[in-house]
Design a protein around this ligand. Structure first.
Ligand code: IFM
Length: 459
């Protein structure tokens, strides 16, 4: 029998990771909390978007999701059984500031207060992300991330949260996947807020990054000198479709790498934007969007770079020069195993990505954290394919470590089956199966595998 890259394997034992390597799992507020209208929470752009006909498969919404808002204690108990060192969750901005700014809803903060205390009591390090795509609708009404003011509101929100939780939370993540939020939310319109502006969406990148920089300053001011601040960038190694690629294909691949990876990593790590002339942006101030001193705010030193990795991107030159984009996203020629989402399983892409970051940024690259990695697989408890996926990707991290990349932790996506954005509940990423009719949680085979892996890595 021939095996393809990414086929399930029996991945244990893995090499020994550093003793202080952090093993975690990730989730996000809108995907698990539910309680969309409880305790004074304001509407977010996702609460609005799910009501748009056809926006989400089968009209699913996150109104109830995993009811984690009410069942968080049960979920923390699952995390404890798993032996997690850390748990990455996100804070719902409109739960804390129902209108995005101004009046603080204490009941919203109280929820995160309880969650943080429950995690600490279970010996699990809380690792909150401040923005995982659920912008307060009131700010969207003022232009969302197309408006520079949203960056300032984000900095103020970061200060409010840090003042409440900063005495107990040591590690913070500002934004989740600003590339995906820009491109899916504003470029293609397949995520909230559902604007299809293609390249006119690029200012969203700058305003998110400016918000990140302002949040770094606010977190350091309010949470003290021990606070560690990261961002979670979705990164994808860019591959050519075939060995016979043309010069036009190579230019297209460079352009895609610039948009997906460098637009978000370069300003953070080098204080400069990459050359965006492939996107028609030749003015360094992008026509008034990038102002004096913005880049020094954005490039504030980071304690770590979070990387969310799912698969490489295969690029060719655009088949239709009138497409409006300088690249075409295409499919690999090689027959990789596919997840239920039909994403190719390419573990060595993670090693390639990590080595590429080190080669590109050298000493400017802070310690790296894998803040998301995982797969959607068919429903059911015997998820051997997920075990194979995780083993192969954790092995890919071990390979990068062996080659000198300073990787400090790995968070799998996801702890629980949850609301997978435009796919609703049709994609299941959880180590724990959730029955959305009863809210029953049942650990899968991958849960036991990850638990044993974590235990085997402890001194
Ligand atoms: O579910 C998402 C998550 O919210 C962001 N990163 C990718 C995951 C899988 O699509």
């Amino acid at each position: 029998m021939t095996t393809r890259p990414g086929d399930p394997t029996t991945p244990l034992p893995l090499p020994r990771f550093p003793a202080d390597f952090v093993w975690g799992a990730s989730t996000a507020a809108y995907q698990i909390e539910g309680a969309a209208e409880e305790d004074g929470k304001g509407p977010s752009i996702w609460d609005t978007f799910v009501g748009r006909p056809g926006a989400v498969r089968d009209g699913h919404t996150g109104a109830v999701a995993c009811a984690h808002y009410h069942r968080y204690a049960e979920d923390v108990a699952l995390m404890r059984r798993l032996g997690l060192d850390a748990y990455r969750f996100s804070i719902s901005w409109p739960r804390v500031l129902p209108s995005g700014a101004g009046r603080v809803e204490q009941r919203g903060l109280d929820f995160y207060d309880r969650l943080v205390d429950a995690l600490l009591a279970a010996g699990i390090e809380p690792t909150p992300t401040l923005f995982h795509w659920d912008l307060p609708q009131a700010l969207e009404d003022e232009g969302g991330w197309l408006a520079r003011d949203t960056a300032y509101r984000f900095g103020e929100y970061a200060a409010v949260v840090a003042e409440r939780l900063g005495d107990r939370v040591r590690r913070w993540i500002t934004l989740n996947e600003p590339f995906v939020h820009m491109s899916f939310g504003y470029g293609y319109g397949v995520h909230a807020p559902g604007r299809a502006m293609l390249l006119d969406a690029v200012p969203v990148a700058h305003h998110q990054l400016l918000g990140h920089g302002l949040a770094v300053a606010a977190l350091r001011a309010a949470a003290g000198p021990d606070a560690q601040v990261l961002i979670a960038n979705n990164c994808s190694p860019v591959r050519l479709r075939s060995d016979a690629a043309s010069e036009a294909d190579r230019l297209a691949a460079d352009a895609y790498d610039t948009l997906h990876n460098r637009l978000f990593n370069d300003p953070l790590l080098t204080g400069r934007y990459p050359d965006l002339s492939a996107y028609g942006l030749t003015d360094p101030g992008w026509g008034g969007i990038v102002r004096d001193d913005d880049l020094s705010v954005i490039a504030a030193p980071l304690d770590g770079l979070g990387i969310n990795y799912y698969n490489p991107s295969w690029i060719t030159a655009p088949a239709d020069p009138a497409s409006g984009l300088p690249f075409d996203l295409t499919e690999p020629e090689q027959a990789y195993r596919r997840t239920a989402f039909d994403w190719p399983v390419v573990p060595d892409g993670l090693t390639e990505l990590l080595l590429g970051l080190k080669a590109r940024y050298g000493t400017a690259l802070p310690p790296v954290w894998i803040t998301e990695n995982g797969c959607s697989e068919p429903a059911g408890l015997d998820d051997a394919a997920r075990v194979g996926y995780l083993g192969a990707h954790i092995g890919a991290v071990a390979e990068a470590l062996a080659q000198g990349v300073d990787v400090r932790g790995y968070f799998t996506w996801s702890l629980l089956d949850n609301f997978e954005w435009a796919e609703g509940y049709h994609q299941r990423f959880g180590l724990v199966e959730v029955d959305f009719a009863t809210q029953a949680r049942t650990p899968r085979a991958s849960f036991a595998w990850y638990r044993d892996l974590i235990a085997s890595q402890k001194p």
